[in-house]
Design a protein around this ligand. Sequence first.
Ligand code: GLA
Length: 399
Amino acid sequence: MKSKPKSGDRLTHQWISFLLLLVCAPISYGQLPDVATTPPMGWNSWNHFASKIDDATIRAQADAMVSSGMRDAGYLYVNIDDTWEGERDVQGIIHPNSKFPDMKALAAYVHGKGLKLGIYSSPGPKTCAGFAGSYDHELQDAQTYAAWGVDYLKYDLCGLREIMKNSGSPEAAHEIMVNAYVKMRDALRRTGRPIVYSFCQYGDDAVWRWGPEAGANLWRTTGDIKDNYARMADIGFGQAGLAKFAGPGHWNDPDMLEIGNGGMNFDEYRTHMSLWAILAAPLLAGNDLASMSSETIALLTNREVIAIDQDSAGKQGDRASAEGPLEIWARPLGDGSKVVGLFNRHPGPMEMQVHFHDLGFRNAVKVRDVWAAKDLGSMESYKAIVPAHGVVLLRISGS
Ligand code: GLA
């Protein structure tokens, strides 16, 4: 005969259920607040500072993010890239090196400005710059980041490549890589802290196909950008065909911005910003925010261009047509309008024409020149002289 449960047993059961709930809560996926519902915006230390960063540099960039108006334009993340890492202690816990005496205090400082803090690591034993990676310490590192108050992790393949190479086959190497990214995904989720997860593995093995499932909020689609037109254009225009893989919470990442670093002229930087907005790309400034010209600030903070990038429908644009170096790109926006970029990749000015019926419109459409902030009227086609390496960016509405 079954005995009636005593009230003490019931209490014990309730306690066990409660404890189980506490333990399991952080690993039941999907209950953390959504991150990266629009492409992340912020700043990253690598393109300008590389290894020349420390606590003071990061604080100064956070200060400048606010005083320049970047924060109010939507830039949020202050991301420390490679070279912050120090040694692990006997328990295996990672500590920053002497350039970063107190990561928790730095996070608090950044948060105090209404901004968020990002950090960098690798699934391999070493990062690209040869510092300690997270290999075999994923859970510990995720917990350390969460305890510091980190909001964003860029996870850079580098050191794992050696291990992948020794695996014997491309299939085995692929599995090692995916498992490593999934491992950190789970570790981050276990912390219970919403942390944007950025894959940096240069687009290998068509990461856009498996990245979202492996937890990526964004994934680099290429190798590193450089501060020159040829490399920026190669990467940016090379994104054709990737639009269908992006959407709210998961974005193609053609790498960080070079605007303001000095290697391109005004028209080229304007192309950079326009193309990244059409691509629904993360907008991570990569310049020294503390010494920006007003021209650079104007390029980075143009509200209409940022609104295109951040459009909540999250549909990435794509190439609509190409005539040699003359490319027309278009992006549908949530309000039914379209953004059209007339890009001239030729090293001299060229006339370009767009017929709006080629972009799916039947009638005359209203046209606005975005950079000129000027309504141009109603028309069926538009012709303009586009500067060398430049762009004319239009916002089109109609049917
Ligand atoms: C790789 C990445 C860069 C940067 C460096 C740091 O090259 O692609 O964006 O993070 O590593 O070492």
